[in-house]
Design a protein around this ligand. Structure first.
Ligand SMILES: NC(=O)c1ccc[n+]([C@@H]2O[C@H](COP(=O)([O-])OP(=O)(O)OC[C@H]3O[C@@H](n4cnc5c(N)ncnc54)[C@H](OP(=O)(O)O)[C@@H]3O)[C@@H](O)[C@H]2O)c1
Length: 313
């Protein structure tokens, strides 16, 4: 790795910083000429979406999929990559996001106004082949009801656990988390036992990266390539300075965010052009994960999941 090379990493912890120290094996080179805020948006949301589509669900052109929270960070990545994969897409969202889903080639389903299971049945008859569920809890079971026989729910998040930027349950982080994991395990087990050949499988970028680091590197490089070819266009909801991280988290917690929030550390004044020779250290991209983790693990003083882009010293 040359000095000055732009690199990206999913550091998980310690990314809210101007300088980050990581082992070289964690770094993925960023091709020249990419917008840094767009590039950093790929590291968590797009790798998650790409791996769920092509490694967990192994989608095929023409298949029908339902994407929950389709205007959110991971949801919009699923929509863009699903379109490239030739999928017929349905996306749940609240009413302000209906035009966003249509513009990305999906059929919007306003989950606050209609029952998404009934709506999917009305549109498709037999149901969809895959549901991507980042909502969690009882929503996973309802997602299973929207499947056709042989279909799969890929469950990957717990957006429903937040309300108004706080844990919806109001309970302490650790207990709440174990309870949710237990419910999750039960749903997965029940989905295999019950008739209908409908499965629920979990996905975690952290687990997959830990077990198969080469896949993470391969998939991020494939996504940088798609960004360079302008086949994908990450939605940047807002750019905050690192000192405004609190406001960024409050915005994440309020929901209604379209796309990705990017934190820009001090000294990074031209994130639209990262390759202009100016001294730039890191760009940080917190996910909804970061917010949930901060809420859930408050008592354990854990750090946020986040990804960075910066220059090698
Ligand atoms: N497993 C992994 O590896 C992994 C990786 C990345 C993220 N995640 C998880 O994935 C989830 C989503 O992350 P994100 O960054 O995409 O979050 P985000 O940008 O905040 O988007 C969440 C979306 O969920 C929607 N939503 C909330 N409640 C809903 C409901 N009941 N039904 C349908 N949609 C609902 C909201 O839509 P409206 O605003 O339109 O209402 C919002 O756009 C989080 O739980 C995060 O922790 C997991």
């Amino acid at each position: 790795m040359d000095s000055g090379q732009l690199v990206a990493a999913l550091s998980i912890t310690g990314a809210y910083s101007e300088f980050v120290c990581l082992p070289q094996c964690e770094l993925v080179p960023v091709p020249f000429g990419l917008d840094a805020a767009e590039a950093v948006s790929l590291v968590l949301n797009y790798v998650t979406a790409y791996q769920m589509l092509h490694r967990s669900a192994r989608v095929k052109p023409g298949q029908r999929v339902l994407i929950h929270g389709a205007a959110g960070g991971v949801g919009s990545a699923l929509m863009q990559l699903g379109r490239l994969a030739g999928l017929e897409m349905y996306g749940t969202c609240s009413s302000p996001h209906v035009p966003v889903i249509s513009a990305m080639g999906g059929t919007p389903v306003d989950y606050k106004l209609v029952d998404f299971v009934k709506e999917i049945r009305r549109f498709t008859g037999s149901g969809v082949d895959v549901v991507f569920d980042g909502i969690g809890g009882s929503n996973i079971w309802r997602s299973r009801m929207a499947l056709c026989p042989g279909g799969t729910v890929v469950a990957y998040g717990l957006s429903a656990s937040l309300r108004g930027g706080r844990l919806a349950s109001g309970r302490s982080g650790r207990r709440n988390r174990f309870q949710r994991l237990a419910i999750f395990g039960l749903v997965i087990a029940a989905s295999y036992v019950l008739p209908g050949r409908k499965h629920v499988i979990p996905y975690s970028i952290q687990w997959l990266k830990r077990m198969r680091p080469a896949l993470f590197r391969h998939d991020l490089i494939a996504l940088f390539d798609l960004l360079q070819q302008k086949k994908i266009k990450p939605l940047i909801a807002a750019r905050f300075s690192l000192a405004e991280a609190r406001q960024a988290h409050e915005l994440l917690g309020e929901q209604g965010v379209t796309g990705k929030i990017v934190l820009v550390p001090k000294g990074v004044d031209a994130i639209a052009n990262f390759n202009d020779g100016r001294k730039v250290d890191t760009l940080v991209s917190p996910g909804a994960d970061a917010h949930e983790r901060n809420q859930r693990s408050h008592e354990r003083n854990q750090r946020s999941i986040a990804c960075v882009i910066g220059r090698c010293p």
